[in-house]
Design a protein around this ligand. Structure first.
Ligand SMILES: Cc1cc2nc3c(=O)[nH]c(=O)nc-3n(C[C@H](O)[C@H](O)[C@H](O)COP(=O)(O)OP(=O)(O)OC[C@H]3O[C@@H](n4cnc5c(N)ncnc54)[C@H](O)[C@@H]3O)c2cc1C
Length: 430
């Protein structure tokens, strides 16, 4: 074997870090992965939920997730990918409506016919966009209002943006929202049926297959081993500090959330640090419940109700069938928001009230288990001109490259995009 003597440290064992390590090992580098957490996966990590191994946050797969499909094939686990026709709902001002196809759009009583037509035309138009440069320069709220009108925007989008982006709600890139609409629109079997995918065994199936390959190729993965500092000399990477000790490396690749980078690499040029600091993120506090009975028939339920501080909820078992119903209820907010630090029971109690509004039969007795997970930087806030805002992956420090979910732009975060960017990082290092 053509052994490369270069040693590379990869920071983070989310899908991006693992793919990056795997790709570097294929190029015969020596690779060590460092993970701050006690397990693989980052945002895709699983946990033991009352005897069930499941992700901390919900994950679905779309028909356009080609980089993921290619990797599943390469790892010989493509047979673990399954598709299911799913239903969508819309809980609007206290009433649960069916949603997500032309018939239910026409039946929705809160919008006029012209607004509905404009809404449908907008989805059709967006589905066919391939070049996002123009939309990168526009604000999503302006673009959406232009297409569907202010009334429809207020009913369908405004509160959703507020609950996800707070003070940034009118400063979101139109390209970012456009790719989201396109991804889901292209994941339909036909006009009337949405089809989404999941991995048997959850994201762990992919993460563990990557771990197995990395270890088989003599890579290492260190858990509970957060990188404290990058060691450089004359603007060249020399290694990292971990657990207070220096370890020598020829190159370091960071896949941890970008806001953490200035802490480990304070000697990056001011221009790069400022760019990193200019990107805002929202955090997530996600409640997961195991219920005795299903709450609704929907996988995805959009919520627009002035008394509920959630943009939606995800009844995962309506995608991936399991004996008991699993529901994720995400609260998005900046991690600096006072609500972010409330204790778990506050979120769980708030959610009980919401579930009872959605299904009046629901009582606390339905709940077999409850858990809350938090991620400080769960979603970059992609503002107009985001392409310009992103610092280069190849930093001015020789041998130090970085990326996180912001670099999927204009795409939204997804494991498939992590796979794509993980490969790009490995190529850059090589
Ligand atoms: C609520 C939610 C819902 C989602 N839904 C979907 C979905 O439906 N479909 C889909 O495809 N994707 C979904 N995603 C996105 C998907 O989970 C991410 O795109 C993917 O996990 C990102 O992987 P990553 O490796 O880029 O980053 P991360 O997962 O953020 O991994 C970064 C890793 O770096 C580690 N780290 C941080 N600091 C250090 C340090 N100093 N030293 C060492 N390690 C460090 C972290 O612990 C973490 O493990 C969702 C994410 C969230 C939060």
């Amino acid at each position: 074997m053509n052994k490369n003597t270069k040693k590379i440290a990869v920071i983070g064992s989310g899908p991006m870090g693992l793919v990056c390590a795997y790709e570097l090992l294929k190029k015969h580098y020596q690779v060590d992965v460092y993970e701050k957490d006690d397990r693989l996966g980052g945002m895709s990590a699983c946990f033991d939920f009352d005897g069930l191994t499941i992700e901390r946050y919900y994950h679905f797969i779309c028909r356009t997730d080609t980089p993921l499909f290619n990797l599943l094939n390469e790892l010989n686990i493509a047979d673990k990918l399954h598709w299911r026709d799913t239903k969508m709902g819309f809980f609007y001002n206290g009433v649960l409506y069916k949603w997500g196809d032309p018939i239910h759009l026409l039946k929705f009583p809160k919008l006029g016919f012209i607004s509905k037509l404009r809404y449908a035309l907008h989805v059709f138009y967006t589905k066919n966009i391939n070049n996002w440069e123009n939309l990168d320069k526009q604000s999503a709220s302006v673009w959406l209002k232009k297409w569907i009108g202010k009334k429809a925007y207020d009913k369908l989008w405004d509160y959703l943006f507020e609950l996800k982006f707070y003070e940034h709600k009118d400063n979101i890139s139109a390209a970012w929202i456009g790719t989201r609409i396109k991804r889901v629109a292209l994941s339909r079997k036909n006009l009337f049926t949405e089809t989404l995918g999941y991995l048997e065994g959850g994201s762990d199936t992919l993460l563990c297959a990557l771990e197995e390959k990395i270890l088989a190729m003599n890579g290492t993965i260190h858990f509970s081993a957060g990188i404290e500092r990058l060691v450089t000399e004359k603007n060249q990477v020399q290694g990292v500090i971990v657990k207070g000790e220096k370890r020598a490396y020829d190159g370091v690749i960071s896949t941890m959330p970008l806001p953490y980078v200035p802490r480990i690499a304070p000697n990056l040029p001011e221009e790069i640090i400022n760019k990193i600091k200019s990107i805002n993120n929202c955090g997530v506090v996600c409640v997961i419940l195991k219920l005795r009975s299903p709450l609704t028939e929907n996988f995805w339920l959009n919520v627009n109700d002035p008394d509920m501080e959630i943009p939606g909820l995800i009844e995962y078992t309506n995608l991936y069938a399991m004996p008991k119903s699993i529901v994720y209820i995400p609260f998005y907010m900046p991690h600096t928001h006072p609500k972010y630090t409330l204790d778990d029971s506050s979120f769980i109690n708030e959610v009980f009230d919401y579930l009872h509004r959605i299904n009046s039969a629901f009582t606390k007795e339905w709940v077999l288990a409850a858990q809350v997970s938090r991620y400080e930087f769960a979603q970059p806030i992609c503002t107009p001109n985001f392409f310009e805002q992103l610092p280069p992956m190849q930093t001015p420090i020789q041998g130090f490259v970085m990326a996180d979910t912001s670099y999927y732009y204009p795409e939204d975060r997804s494991i498939s995009e992590s796979v794509k960017v993980g490969k790009t990082l490995a190529d850059l290092m090589a």
